[in-house]
Every structure is written in structure tokens, then in C-alpha cells.
Write a new protein. Sequence first.
Length: 415
Amino acid sequence: MDLSRLRAWAQGHRTLLTLASAFLLFIGVELILFTPKGTDLEWFGLPFLAAGGFLLAYLYLPRREEAPAPAGPPKLATKLLHRLTWGGRLMPWLPGVGILLIALDVGFNAFLAATPGLGTQDILLLMLGAFLIAFRLVPERYAVGRDTVFVFLLVLNLILNVPILLFRAANADFNASVDAYAWALLAPQTSATLNLFGVGSWVGSCPEIARALGQNFQCTGIGSPGIVFTPLHGAEPVALFITTACSGIYSFGLFTSIFTAYVTTEYTKLTRRVVLFLVLGAVASYVANILRMTVIGLVGYYGSNPQESIQNMLLAHSNAGLLIFLGWVSLFMAVMFKFLKPPVEEIDTTTAKPATVEERPRGTRCALCGDAMTLAIKGTRCTCGRFYHEPCLANAGACPECRTPYARPAETATA
């Protein structure tokens, strides 16, 4: 079976398929790590994770039978790694850095942590350490994928591990958890949003809530903030505790890391539009998390009694929360694909046909210079379906979409 056309089509639509694979990976990790309570959806996470990984490998891992892509400007991931390793001078030390990270994490859990078990943040740091150890073993032909995975793990640890380490150091509390994020950036904002909807609420710890209400609450997480409000049809207040699992920080970190890895894979330089979308994505992810907690609170507020309110909030937390965040990710990726298409690899087209200042005619246009395809300039069509002026494609050396090298047609000898 000849799959060359399928691969050419996939390379020609690489941006869309890359975003689709990122979405599959996001769903897979979400279902595996944060499975809704009372369900077996974690088993669905594995197929999503496998499908996303296979699609990425199919798009970016080179084939042995393919000609090597023409040399071009290095990707952002490669540039970042080059700078972090001091121009490559520190590259031989990467395995040592990986071993050091693993040793520090194991030592912290053995001597300083309250519980010696490995948590999500420990696993992330161990993954980064293991990847650094194996970094130089990856063949150079896989350099783009290797550097992108490095950026993904690095950003994920910078978001989920570095802030909590700084917080622990500043407060001399080695056992502080992600609850600090919920206390500072989620619970007060969610309470304020509920107040805007007419739901009188306030934030407090479990002991504070118990003292204020004269009840012995059973906290779902020690140190987690609780949002207290009285349901519309009830006389007794209820408390919504934001634990580590439902804080949304992991979803935020995962999305930001995937998006950053995508940008560093597709772009060779940062543009204003890229930075705008990166900031917009992070802010919108944060706002979506507040919206998720607000919806859970509103579901509890309109319960007929405290018991029903609690059950409704548990149900909403187990299902609606994930759906809201995934819906937002889908919308953001759709908008991003429309307005944030990768550039044409910054290929130098100065020797190609210059664009005219007059209004260009309608019709098929060259994918490189943007001018209309006319009989005055010889044109060609790549296997991925893109149209080019032959001089433009000859100057570029290869199709910027599917990387197919330009093959100059044989000239007919004349007498």
C-alpha cells in the first residue's frame, strides 16, 4: 500500500494535525491523572495518549527513505537549548545535571518531606532528570523532536515545581503544597465571582469554618481553602473545599507546556502574534479555571437542601469541570489555528519574483510570494497540494509545508 500521498497530505496539514495531537495528549493526561470520581474514564486516557503520541511521531520523526530536509534557520527549541547550555559548552554535563536532579528529589523525600511517597511533582522532576541523562543518546536526526520534548518538560517543571519550591523556601515550610496556589489565586477570585452572581460567600480554612459555623467539618484536604455559602433553598451553609486535585494548576501547566512546545517546534523566531497568543492562552486558562469552580459553586447554590447541594457539587466537579476546560482548550486551539499559522520558515525569497504594489488578481496564489499563478511565470504543484511559482520554489529549495525537496525538471535539448 502506497502511503506517500497520505504522508504528503499530513505534512501539508501539519499545523492542524499537530494541534489535534496536542489536544489528544491533553485529554489523555487529564483522564489518567485527574479521572472524574466514580468513573473508569482513566482507561480512555490511554488510547487518547497513544493516538496523540503516534500522530506526533508520524509528523515529526524522519523516515530513512526520505531525503534530508534542507538546512534552514534553527527552531526556537534548538536556540533555547543552545543558550541554556552556553553555546553547547555545557552539553556534556547534561547527564550529570539529570542525576543531580534525581538525587535531590529522592533526598528531599527521604529526609525533609512529611511523606516519603512520590507525588505528581516528584514524577515531573524525575522525568526531566531521566530525559537529561538520555539526552545525548538521541540521534541527531531526531534533534527537533528531542529539543521540543526538552522544552515541554522544562516549562512544565518551571510552572509546577519552581513556584512551590520558592514558596517553601520563603516560608521555611518544606511540606507546603499546591494549596498555596489555591489560597492566593483561585479561592478569593472564585468567591468574588460567586458574589457577582448574588451568592454571598467567604473564604476560610477548615478550622476557621468550623469555629464560625459551630460545626465539625471533615476536610477533604488539610490546609485547603474552603468557600462557604448558603444554598438558595437551604438554611444551613455548605463549604466547597479546593484541594490540590481540583485546583486546576496541573491543567494550566500542562496546557501552557504543550502550547510552548508547539511554538518552539513550528517557529524559528518569536513574533508579536505568537507572544500575544501565549499570554492570552495562559490568562484564558486561568480564567477558565475560575469559571469552572464558579459553575460548581452555582450548582451547589441552587440545590434544594444542603445534602443535595453537596451531591450536585461532587457531580459537577467530577464531570462539568473537565468538560469546561476541554471545551475551552478546543475553542482556543481552533482560534489559534485560524490566526496563528506558522510562517513559511523565514525562507529567503529575495531572489524570487517581487510582489507588485498594485492590487493582485483573484485566484490561486503562490504559497511563497503570494502572487497569483499566471501563464507568464511557470508554475508547479507539490505533492501536498500547494501551488508555487517555479522560481520561488527553486529558490526555497523545498516545499516549506511537506519538506519535499525541489526537483528541477529536465530541460529538453534543442538543435
